[in-house]
Write a protein that binds this ligand. Structure first.
Ligand SMILES: C[S@@+](CC[C@H](N)C(=O)[O-])C[C@H]1O[C@@H](n2cnc3c(N)ncnc32)[C@H](O)[C@@H]1O
Length: 453
């Protein structure tokens, strides 16, 4: 996943677990050579660079949509949508090209229209508004994208809503947050949501504010009233143009596939998750663009539900810098506010995790033994890295098998599969890979690969 977004900080994440696991699972025949070559590269070249990459979304399963919580460029023009009136955005029509006048609103319709994508012919350059007011039985969706994306839009399916297990409540220093109503077990699904708004990254990167903001405002007027209200109720952290600010504060980067696939998705319910460097909830976006959040460790009633916006494997200093730089807040999460000694301990564990994972991915490394595998598992536990443990379990399972310990290979393959399903969904490719390993460790290409050298 490349993060070359203009106006955004360039992430230099140093967690390379994804690529190691991917390599080990996908390329058995080239395993030794690939791992050797991979390990020679410097970390930033190897690595995916956002929170969701840590959850191994895109790298391990090409069917998954590549996504991470990432803010688009900051708003550049002050113009609140509240000032623009309800039915007309107030956009000066001359600021964008209106190729035709087929602009309809759906507020007055009782029965939802059928789910169907339509071009409004309101455009700025190649980026146009596409609407589907009938999506998800009238919930609606709107996109600003190129016509090349239309076939992909047509494949988007609605999420299946689930009863809420949380309520919103003010959280000191963070605005609103999501609070668990009752005990939630590991694996419980918290939210499933389709995007309300999809915006092509190129539109935000290249369209001047004078054309960009009116088109954003107009796009929002195409949402059915309930969804429009929910969209506009989201927090804007940075000020300036209201819709741009909401998008900047609450967007997930999504790759819809192909050369032109980079988009931002906005999910108004999901937007209420605050950040924690040791979150109790993981998230993923699947090929239908449904965003799903799942509890990664047991949650008590009244506990805040959180996701990570950042790379949890970076040092406290780096995470704090990034929270400030990209999101504008001082991270006061449970992990960042530890005492100095505890922070030093945490940073040291993260460095050790990176070192051990490097060794486990190096087919030639002589230091790999059962003690090292036990140490990695303990480090993850001590660091409360519950939202990213699937990759570690996968690596441990493969390495136990390489060491010729079928019993522990099976144990960790089962744990890995369970964690993969929680973090990335049942359709994730390495869930199947771990099932195969657990079913027949001695048939697996990794069997005794380290001891037979
Ligand atoms: C996606 S929104 C989260 C929901 C938001 N608190 C609300 O009221 O809707 C992101 C914004 O919430 C705030 N926030 C999230 N996590 C935080 C944290 N750990 N510490 C401080 N502020 C946080 C920041 O203002 C950030 O820009």
């Amino acid at each position: 996943m490349a993060m070359k977004q203009r106006n955004s900080p360039t992430p230099t994440s140093t967690h390379h677990l994804n690529i190691i696991v991917t390599t080990m699972l996908r390329s058995p025949e080239y395993l030794p050579e690939i791992i050797k070559a991979t390990m020679k590269l410097s970390h930033p070249l190897l690595l995916a660079s956002c929170a969701s990459a840590i959850q191994h979304q895109a790298l391990l399963n090409p069917a998954d949509s590549d996504s991470c919580l990432w803010r688009p460029p900051p708003p550049r023009l002050a113009c609140a949508i509240d000032e623009l009136g309800d039915h007309q955005s107030g956009a000066n029509p001359s600021t964008f090209s209106k190729k035709a006048s087929r602009h309809s609103h759906h507020e007055t319709q009782k029965a939802p229209p059928p789910s169907k994508w339509e071009a409004t012919h309101h455009c700025a350059g190649q980026y146009c508004i596409f609407t589907n007011p009938g999506f998800a039985h009238g919930r609606g969706m709107v996109a600003i994208t190129t016509s090349a994306t239309l076939p992909k839009l047509k494949t988007i399916e609605p999420s299946h809503p689930i009863p809420p297990s949380y309520h919103l409540s003010p959280v000191p220093g963070k605005g609103l947050g999501m609070i668990a109503n009752h005990t939630l077990s590991r694996g419980a699904v918290v939210t499933t949501e389709s995007p309300a708004v999809l915006i092509h990254r190129g539109f935000l990167d290249t369209t001047p504010p004078a054309q960009q903001h009116p088109l954003l405002d107009l796009a929002i007027t195409h949402l059915p009233p309930a969804l429009r209200t929910a969209f506009l109720a989201q927090m804007g952290h940075f000020g300036g143009h209201r819709v741009a600010d909401i998008l900047a504060t609450n967007s997930f980067q999504m790759d819809l596939g192909g050369a032109d696939g980079h988009h931002y998705g906005n999910f108004p319910a999901v937007s209420r998750f605050n950040h924690d460097c040791r979150p109790n909830v993981g998230f993923r976006v699947d090929g239908r663009l449904v965003h799903t959040t799942t509890v990664v460790r047991g949650v008590a009633p009244g506990e805040e539900l959180s996701i990570s916006y950042l790379d949890s494997f970076e040092s406290r200093e780096r995470r704090r810098q990034r929270a400030k730089m990209a999101w504008g807040f001082e991270c006061a999460c449970s992990q960042c506010t530890l005492g100095e000694e505890a922070v030093r301990g945490s940073d040291a564990r993260l460095e050790e995790i990176a070192r051990i994972e490097g060794l486990l991915g190096d087919f030639q490394a002589a230091e790999v033994n059962a003690a090292l595998l036990r140490k990695l598992v303990k480090l993850y536990r001590d660091e409360r890295l519950d939202a990213g443990v699937s990759g570690a379990y996968t690596l441990v399972a493969l390495n136990y098998n390489m060491l010729g310990d079928a019993k522990l290979a099976v144990k960790y393959a089962k744990l890995a599969r369970e964690a993969v399903i929680i973090e990335r969904g049942p359709e994730a490719g390495d869930a199947e890979a771990m099932r195969e390993l657990a079913a027949a460790p001695k048939e697996h290409f990794t069997w005794k690969a380290r001891v037979q050298r």
